[in-house]
Design a protein around this ligand. Structure first.
Ligand code: IPM
Ligand code: MN
Length: 369
């Protein structure tokens, strides 16, 4: 167990630096400043404008060597490559591919004190995880599609047996660690695809079904991606773990996030066999950058996921405990309802919300002493 963990911190663009600082403060307060050696590295759209690259090789090497990577957000609309795609997002995408961060874990949980835009749902009703395959699917074609004479353009869905098997296995393992769906307490993996239309998705479904045979204690369920958008709104309590292809995971996780209050609430852990990358699932929100009003809770909760992952990996109970404390502190702030960020209908800015989380952490420590 390392005495201190090397964390590569990439603050990024837009609201990235603000929400990232909040998460850094909170993890240091929860686990102890001396448990981390934090180093900042540049990446993203601003860096691209300055240097011509959105992911400098030194940043990549540092991320690879660190125990974990914490990210704010990346991308500025309009900062694009000659092919029209965004340059700033290269950082996260390349980390996924080059560090093989195949499992993108996105918890969707309605916290007490937060109201959902859905009718008649209570906090206990929404608690599931979207497990997004993060290295294959349609986005694996990034940079590899073709534009023929500006008449035809193609990108290709990529699926491999190895890639689908490992994400399917991860989904069932995750379900085993959880308590089942809120609706009926059943452990359930829902495979979200378009197996009715494309061979690649039929292959995804087939392999998930094969893997399911090793997990008879977990129910296997299927949903077409279009219909899933309806079910996630109509009966979110049915879901426990949803496993899906890269782009579908990107799309459905935004819907999931908004059903539990806001994009600002949604953390994301992107994990491979050796490395972990942690950030909120939202973008860089350039329209509110620098105003001090961004909701930092998604990134703070991602910080908690980082501590939990590091703790489990290095058998460090103190770090796992610190992760739990952050979760509890966030829950307390939300339940109290006095320091809610603007996207949740409150009046508090980034600083005030972060301070409220820090105070809630402190109170717990005093209570425990
Ligand atoms: C996400 C983001 C990224 C994605 C972007 C920034 C590349 O939207 O993590 O969901 O599309 O995967
Ligand atoms: Mn997204």
């Amino acid at each position: 167990m390392p005495r201190s963990y090397d964390i590569a911190v990439v603050r990024g663009d837009g609201i990235g630096p603000e929400v990232c600082s909040a998460a850094v403060e909170v993890i240091c307060a929860a686990a102890g400043r001396d448990r981390f050696s934090l180093s900042d590295y540049p990446a993203g759209a601003e860096h691209y404008l300055k240097s011509g690259t959105a992911l400098p090789e030194e940043t990549f090497e540092a991320c690879k060597a660190a125990h974990a990577i914490l990210h704010g957000a990346a991308g500025i609309p309009g900062v694009v490559y000659p092919d029209g795609t965004e340059a700033g997002i290269e950082f996260g995408l390349q980390l996924r591919f080059r560090l093989d961060l195949y499992a993108n874990i996105r918890p969707i949980k309605l916290h007490p004190g937060v109201s959902s835009p859905l009718k008649d749902v209570e906090p206990k009703d929404i608690d599931y995880v979207i497990l997004r395959e993060n290295t294959e699917g349609l986005y694996a074609s990034r940079g590899g599609g073709v534009n023929v004479r500006d008449e035809i353009a193609t990108d290709t869905v990529v699926m491999t047996r190895k890639g689908v098997e490992r994400i399917a296995r991860k989904a069932f393992e995750l379900a085993r660690k959880r308590n089942g769906a809120p609706l009926d307490g059943k452990r359930r993996v829902t495979v979200c695809d378009k197996a009715n239309v494309l061979r690649s998705y039929a292959f995804f479904r087939k392999i998930c079904t094969e893997v399911a045979a090793d997990y008879p204690d977990v129910e296997l369920d299927f949903g077409y991606a279009d219909a899933m958008m309806v079910h996630m709104v109509r009966r979110p309590s049915f879901y426990d773990v949803i496993v899906t292809e890269n782009m579908f995971g990107d799309i459905i996780s935004d819907l999931g996030a908004v059903t539990v209050g806001s994009m600002g609430m949604s953390p994301s852990a992107e994990i491979g066999d050796r490395q972990g990358f942690f950030q909120a699932a939202h973008g860089s929100a350039p329209d509110i950058a620098g105003l001090g009003i961004a909701n930092p809770l998604g990134t703070i909760l991602a910080g908690a996921m980082m501590l939990d992952w590091l703790g489990e990996r290095h058998q460090d109970r103190a770090l796992m405990e610190a992760a739990k404390q952050i979760d509890t502190a966030v829950q307390r702030v939300l339940s109290a309802g006095e320091k809610l960020p603007k996207d949740l209908g409150g009046q508090s800015g980034t600083r005030a919300v972060t301070d409220a989380v820090l105070r809630a952490l402190d109170e717990r420590r005093v209570a425990a002493a």
